[in-house]
Design a binder for this molecule. Structure first.
Ligand SMILES: Nc1nc2c(c(=O)[nH]1)N[C@H]1C(S)=C(S)[C@@H](COP(=O)(O)O)O[C@H]1N2
Ligand SMILES: [Mo]
Length: 311
């Protein structure tokens, strides 16, 4: 590639530095309120409410397998807005900025509200839970998440009687998320949904931390969904909008591949994906195979919500 090379002293900082990094650094420097803090500002970005971590572990939720090493759960990711290359997500997402951040709750609720993330993480007590995590691609992990039950937020916003579903949307930031433009065939921003009944289940969490620390960008900072009885594609990352509806909302994967990805996407070893079996978990990082459990082993918690035909 031929590049017209200006004299060193002519290079504006925004050319010497990746544009998004430059803009963010400026915001941080402005936020600090005075000059001379460039060195500080170029350090790792501030995480949301680090003083809240580690949160106390809730002992009710136990595992049948070892925890996934932190480096694997934070180094092998699906986050297509950054890249399809699971091992590279953490590098491409490194500069992603989750402050400031707002989460808008709207639709059929008596108390619609836009929360600042710093207020939201302090509003409900955080707890740590160890959950199995199963991707529709068959790989599986066991992860210590920190978050709060979605039911707490739902009680606060108070859905109207006609509300039956909760739709969620990921942030849309093409400048920081190169996958949005390099994968234009996906209908960005990422969108998902649950029945309110499912979101009220005690297992359903809004997660803000992992391994006793605030979420890093690759795992969905600053706030993502975790519903461990469903395939990982339901667990939408970096949420900015939550809408309560009476009609069942569409969801990204079900929209683009309904035969492959059911609206419910409940983990079910007896229901194969059209191109592969779902009978086994492939454990990250060692590749060990284990039988996949119905509802990913959470049947006792979720069975009462289903007739068994939801997929
Ligand atoms: N916005 C957004 N959320 C997303 C995805 C994504 O590409 N974009 N991938 C999903 C899929 S397929 C999986 S398996 C999990 C992966 O979460 P993890 O990287 O924390 O393991 O995130 C889910 N949430
Ligand atoms: Mo996935």
């Amino acid at each position: 590639m031929l590049i017209k090379k200006p004299q060193g002293w002519e290079i504006p900082e925004r050319e010497a530095t990746d544009e998004s990094v430059y803009l963010r650094r400026r915001q941080i420097i402005q936020g600090l309120g005075f000059l001379g803090m460039e060195a500080l500002a170029s350090q790792a970005l501030a995480a949301v409410a680090p003083d809240l971590y580690p949160a106390e572990r809730n002992p009710k939720y136990t595992l049948d397998r070892p925890l996934t090493p932190e480096a694997d759960a934070t180094g092998y990711n699906n986050y297509y807005e950054f890249t399809l290359d699971k091992a590279r997500v953490k590098d491409v997402a490194r500069g992603f900025n989750s402050e400031p951040w707002k989460v808008q709750v709207k639709g059929l609720v008596n108390n619609p509200k836009t929360y600042d993330i710093d207020d939201l993480v302090r509003k409900f007590p955080l707890e740590e839970r160890l959950y199995r995590f199963r991707c529709v691609e068959t790989w599986a992990m066991a992860v210590p998440w920190t978050g709060f039950p979605i039911s707490h937020l739902i009680k606060e916003v108070d859905p109207k009687p006609e509300a039956k579903f909760m739709r969620m949307v990921t942030v849309n930031r093409p400048a920081e998320m190169p996958g949005i433009e390099s994968q234009p065939h996906y209908p960005w921003p990422y969108f998902e949904a649950l029945e309110i009944k499912e979101a009220m289940n005690e297992m359903a969490l809004f997660v803000t931390g992992i391994y006793g620390k605030p979420l890093p960008p690759q795992n969905g900072a600053p706030i993502r969904l975790i519903t461990p009885w469903k395939y990982g594609l339901k667990s939408i990352k970096s949420i900015v909008e939550i809408e309560f509806t009476s009609k069942r909302p569409r969801t990204l994967w079900n929209d683009i591949g309904g035969a492959e990805y059911g609206w419910y996407s409940n983990v079910n070893p007896k229901r194969p994906h059209p191109r592969w079996s779902q009978a086994q978990d492939r454990i990250i990082p060692n590749g060990e195979l284990r039988p996949t459990l119905m509802y990913n082993g959470y049947e006792e918690f979720v069975r009462s919500m289903y007739s068994g035909r939801e997929f």
